[in-house]
Each structure stands twice: as C-alpha cells, then as structure tokens.
Design a protein around this ligand. Sequence first.
Ligand SMILES: C=C(O[C@@H]1C=C(C(=O)O)C=C[C@H]1O)C(=O)O
Length: 276
Amino acid sequence: MARFGMVNYINTAPIYEVWKEQVHNPDWPVTEAPPAQLNRLLAAGELDLGFVSCYEYAVRPEQYRIMADLSISATGPVGSVFLFSSVPPEELDGKQVLMTGQSDTSVWLLRIILEDFFLVKPKYTSGEVFGARDPANEPAAVLAIGDEALRLATETNSPYPVQVDLAEFWNQQTSLPFVFSVCAVREDFLATAEDTARDLHQTLLSCRDQGQERLPEISERAARRIPMDPTACLHYLQAMEYDLSSAKLEALEEFFSRLIRHGAASAKALPLKIFP
Ligand SMILES: C=C(O[C@@H]1C=C(C(=O)O)C=C[C@H]1O)C(=O)O
C-alpha cells in the first residue's frame, strides 16, 4: 500500500492525466487536494508520498526524502503564481497583503521577494482570495496560485493593475529556475517499502515523459476545467517543468538558504536528501 497525494491544479495534468489512464492499482490510492492540504496530510503520516510545497520539505526535512528528477517548476514566468497589487510592490510597506491559504511555498517566495528584494514589510493576512471580502478593508495586494490565479489573471475590471509573476521575478534576480513543488516521500515509508517507492517513482517518471509528448491533447482537456482558451492553456503547460535538474537543485538550495535565514525552515533542510 502507498498513499499518494496529487495537487488538484491543471498544472499536474501532464503527469496525472496519463496516470489516470494507465495506473489502476488499488494499492496506490490517490488524494487530490490543494498543496497546503497535501502538506498537512503528508506531515501527519496520512499520506506516504506526494507532490507537496517544497517548503514542507524545508520545515521537516528529517521526515522526508525528495524524489529524483520530479518537480513542479518554471524557468522564468510560471503564469499561475501572481501578486495582484493596487500599487507597485515597493509601496507595500505596512499595507495589507492577503495571501492564499492553499500554498506554503509561494507564500514564502512572496515574503522573500518583498522583504529581501523590495525591502518592504507589509501586514500579511491569509484567507480566501476569491469571494466574500470586506469592501471596507480591501487588501492592497493579493497572492493567488494555481487554478485560482489563472482565473484571476483573466478577470476584466480587476482592482489590481499591477501583476508580478513570482517565478519570473525570482529568475530575473537569481538567474535560477523556481521549484514550487517536490515529490516528497516519508522516511518511515522508505524504511519498510523502499521497493514500492522505487516502482512509484518509475511510474511517475514514465507518466511525466508520456504527458510531455501529448501536451496539445492534454491541454485541451485541462483548459475546460478553468475554463480558458486551449491555446493559452497549451502555452501555460509548455512553460511548466517537471524535472529536477542540477539548476533546480541549486534553486532549491538558494530558496532554502533564504528560508533558513528568515527562521522559516530547519537548518537541516540542507544538504538535500534525494531518493533513490
Ligand atoms: C506553480 C504552481 O505550483 C504550486 C505551488 C505550490 C505552493 O506555492 O506551495 C505547491 C505546489 C505547486 O503545485 C501553481 O500551482 O501555480
């Protein structure tokens, strides 16, 4: 038995659409959820492995290993992790920034971008970025990720004229890709089921490779879920990357070092532990 967690955004479609067609293993049940929920389930031992915020690994590195050559990342604009702001970021000092509760990595990426690069310290709040907000207490800026960000980015009449793509900004500053999600496996699972973990790893790599070959057809299916224009969806999914190259390992090291400096991650987050 291996309890697996999969992010329920369309950016996992290039792996997960193939998985749903080909992997019918009752011993590998899948939980689909937003990243923050998968982080909690993996930390609690209610999942054995899955795609989680890379931040989750950085907070509890002794509990996990990172599966080799898998990630959800981008080199340059990602298209679905945005700060939507009413003012330029350098004017956000002391102002309210509402951050999605669905993310852990992007929340910290935003804090690093605002505090380390723009040198501002806003007041952060967390909650629903869509729907009922108090009009008397509108945030100056909002962080949205995943399918919600894709929907907000196409909104006309948005009160937020400034859009910062966080992966693009990170790439401009560091010349590195940004790794949003890693596939983490619990150490206690590896201790008793290493062969199963190897099988799952190979299966995921095979689904990922086939998904990359079939992007046009997969984007058409995924576009309907937003809904968005199929060509725009294809461009979006073409920009998403699912490997963990040496540049991406370096990107994780850079992000984790900054998290450690902010007191937001364990000092043991480095060096990275990779499986197999
Ligand atoms: C790029 C994205 O990556 C997601 C962002 C995450 C985070 O911020 O914690 C976690 C998993 C990824 O699926 C996105 O969904 O927009």
